[in-house]
Design a protein around this ligand. Structure first.
Ligand code: ADP
Ligand code: MG
Length: 237
């Protein structure tokens, strides 16, 4: 599903968290929202999801105005940094959760859960509880759970932020492969330039609630549009 953000602004009190942002995200692409802490990335993600309503501007999903459409209707999958899995449910039950509240048929749930376990490379761990998994494995369960209901869009807010460097690196490559297999439009938030560069088709660089630049990793790296982008993305020194 393609996403269009049209002149969207959001203020909290007197603080302008998102300032007149316009953006087009192509259907099936993997896009990173990259910027320093406080630049409005999470707010923009929440605006796309419908968890937050804009003060002005519009959000279009597949070309249709969805600005005031409910979160449920948008059929969006989420993964957050500290995405709490249900501790008292097994991996299998966690993945099945969204399907069950939608009253999917038992046989359908069973097949889909096994499919997803395989997709996130956790076959064999379906009967474990979250406490018996590593951090990286837990985030893969969270992704499987988000994907279970076949969302139109997948929104990931610093999904690997809480994990150690080695695991983050493995999960990056893994997310790229997963995306290429499932092909769902994915927007993921990160403040890590390397992560954005390595994983995404396109990077949206944010600063102080504004979009500074949109481009492929190569475009942004070779032709930074501003001093800010250059300093944020440029060669690590
Ligand atoms: P980022 O994800 O890039 O770190 P956020 O979108 O979370 O940035 O937040 C941008 C700014 O907006 C933050 O500095 C925060 O203080 C403010 N903010 C975000 N959400 C709220 C809220 N619900 N109420 C008040 N201020 C908020
Ligand atoms: Mg954030």
């Amino acid at each position: 599903m393609g996403i269009v953000v049209e002149n969207v602004s959001k203020q909290f009190g007197s603080f302008q968290a998102v300032n007149d942002v316009s953006l087009e995200i192509e259907s099936g692409s993997l896009v990173a929202l990259l910027g320093p802490s406080g630049s409005g990335k999470s707010t923009l993600l929440r605006l796309i999801s419908g968890l937050e309503l804009p003060d002005s501007g519009r959000i279009l999903l597949t070309g249709k105005d969805a600005t005031y459409q409910s979160v449920q209707k948008r059929n969006i999958g989420f993964v957050f940094q500290h995405y709490a899995l249900f501790k008292h449910l097994t991996v299998r039950q966690n993945i099945a959760f969204g399907l069950e509240i939608r009253k999917a048929k038992k046989t359908r749930v069973k097949t889909r859960v096994e499919e997803l376990l395989e997709l996130v490379q956790l076959s064999g761990l379906g009967d474990r509880y979250p406490s018996q998994l590593s951090g990286g494995q837990r985030q893969r369960v969270a992704l499987a759970r988000a994907l279970a209901v076949e969302p139109n869009v997948l929104l990931l807010d610093e999904p690997f932020g809480a994990l150690d460097a080695k695991v983050r690196k493995d999960l990056r490559a893994w997310l790229r492969r997963l995306h290429d297999e499932v092909n769902v439009t994915t927007v993921f938030v990160t403040h890590d330039q390397e992560e954005a560069m390595e994983v995404s088709d396109e990077i949206v660089v944010m600063n102080k609630g504004c979009v500074e630049q949109v481009g492929t990793p190569a475009e942004i790296y070779d032709h930074p549009a501003s001093a800010f982008v250059m300093s944020f993305i440029g060669p690590v020194n």
